[in-house]
Write a protein that binds this ligand. Structure first.
Ligand code: GLU
Length: 494
């Protein structure tokens, strides 16, 4: 994309790009990356980002898959700038283009049946090369063609590949040159009258005035054929940039095996949009440094084709999870209040917590725990003790902190009394009680802190104890301590 002139493009809004998924399944990370890169590129140059649903494969395309794509893009905030184009509605345009090529001599009718072609393929000398159509029908005389037509014989329309070579500059891979001798006379319209992908994609991109095609590497071998098709139709071809594969951590092509799931599942699992945009935005593209964090606006401001790496990009779910945790850690309660409320309701419905907390309670728990969770829902899973008395205690913890010392019960009882007397059950007062008693009893503060934590949360680790107790509030803390004392009394070996 050497000739891209930023200023010119910015002022003239010439950039028109598209994401062109086939609606045959889920919207995966690879598709999302293609969509995002197109979107960033378009927005960077003040251009338009379009969506074309390539739904000509009737058997494999489904309305559900279309919905998944539209919803996925909406969730990511990258819905197209214009109404989506449905390829299936443009079949007449594709047919008209094939006929135009027939008329201008760039294409020809092929009456060969698949069986005839298969036979000739079998009879062809075996070598490593792919069998190419032998141009049998290119040699037919006008009379022979006329005869076949009046006989109602079905025919496909094939592009007549010219001599010479096709050369283009790929924005990612640089100069690419292919000899036309290696290109088959590709079918444009099938014998049943339906257009092939190769014809449809070129006609649609031309009609949609697409200026740049940014898509997966798997289409790089289609590009020379498409360029020939543009030429035959008398169109200037767009510029191309092919994105390298996305790999799993084992450097193999990313697949379900790696846990690679659809964007819908990432949404359902609780990944934030910011996380997905950030992570996928840096998947095979970099602004020239090795940062981990980038936001949508920075991606738009900085995006350029030259920052796309030509080698495969590794998708690492662990890192994605970590990044989500970072976003949650840096977010404020207000950013996610609504979503948190929904998670609280569902945690209550599932018996994970004992009641539906009000927003003050949720905010308190958020402030205490959001630096320690990877997903919003974890506030009510990992942090369920904020809203539910422990029903059991960490087993190792009980050995270490409940049963290790004969004085545990005695100390907890005194602390219960101390806490009861506190007028302000705040961090300072709680800490003061604990420090004072630890000095008085000549035991480390840990000797009090660990059993208190275990008694109040059932766990051995978590946020700062004083903060946690304050947020739990006096009544809850005392109830939990009393329950723990009873539990220790019952379970202590005599
Ligand atoms: N529909 C094609 C796919 O899903 C993309 C075609 C293109 O981008 O040219 O792989």
């Amino acid at each position: 994309m050497a000739e891209l002139k930023t200023n010119k493009l910015k002022s003239q809004g010439e950039v028109r790009v598209r994401f062109a998924p086939s609606p045959t399944g889920d919207l995966h990370v690879g598709g999302v990356r293609t969509a995002l890169f197109n979107y960033f590129f378009a927005k960077h140059y003040g251009g338009n980002y379009l969506l074309r649903i390539e739904d000509t494969d009737e058997k494999r395309s489904t309305p559900e898959a279309i919905k998944v794509i539209l919803n996925g893009l909406e969730w990511l905030g990258i819905s197209p700038d214009e109404e989506p184009v449905f390829q299936s509605k443009r079949i007449n345009n594709h047919i008209a283009a094939a006929n135009k090529l027939l008329e201008n001599g760039s294409a020809y009718r092929c009456f060969c049946t698949p069986e005839e072609i298969a036979k000739r393929r079998e009879a062809a000398p075996v070598d490593n090369k792919m069998y190419m159509y032998d141009r049998h029908c290119l040699k037919l005389s006008p009379e022979e063609i006329e005869a076949k037509l009046s006989n109602n014989e079905s025919f496909a329309i094939r592009l007549k590949i010219p001599d010479g070579e096709v050369a283009f500059t790929d924005g990612v891979h640089g100069e690419i040159k292919v000899s036309c001798q290696e290109i088959d006379d590709l079918v444009l319209l099938r014998r049943n009258g339906t257009p092939t992908y190769m014809l449809a994609v070129v006609v649609d991109d031309a009609d949609m005035k697409i200026s740049h095609i940014i898509r997966g590497d798997d289409h790089i071998s289609n590009t020379p054929k498409q360029i020939l098709l543009y030429k035959a139709l008398g169109f200037k071809h767009p510029e191309f940039a092919h994105l390298p594969l996305i790999l799993g951590p084992d450097k193999k092509r990313l697949s379900k095996r790696h846990g690679a799931v659809s964007i819908t599942s990432y949404n359902e699992e609780g990944y934030l949009v910011e996380t997905m945009i950030n992570y996928i935005g840096l998947l095979g593209w970099s602004p020239g440094d090795d940062r981990d964090f980038i936001c949508r606006q920075e991606l738009i401001d900085l995006f350029n084709i030259s920052g796309i790496q030509s080698k495969g990009a590794v998708f690492d779910e662990k890192k994605l999870r970590w990044l989500n945790g970072q976003y949650i850690g840096n977010a404020s309660y207000a950013d996610h209040a609504e979503q948190l409320k929904l998670y609280a309701e569902s945690a209550f419905e599932n018996g994970i917590i004992d009641y539906i907390p009000d927003s003050i309670k949720i905010e308190d728990a958020w402030n205490l725990l959001h630096n320690r969770i990877y997903f919003l829902k974890d506030l009510f899973n990992d942090g369920n003790y904020m809203f539910k008395d422990p029903v059991s205690y960490d087993v190792k913890g009980t050995r270490k902190h409940f049963f290790n010392d004969d004085d545990v019960i005695k100390r907890l009882n005194v602390l219960i009394d101390d806490f009861n007397l506190l007028e302000n059950f705040d961090i300072e007062s709680i800490e003061n009680v604990i420090r004072t008693r630890s000095d008085e009893w000549e035991v480390s503060a840990g000797k009090l802190i660990h059993p208190l934590r275990l008694a109040c949360s059932g766990l051995t680790g978590g946020p700062g104890l004083f903060e946690m107790l304050e947020v739990l509030r006096k009544e809850t803390v005392i109830r939990r301590l009393e329950n723990a004392v009873k539990w220790i009394e019952t379970n202590k070996k005599q």
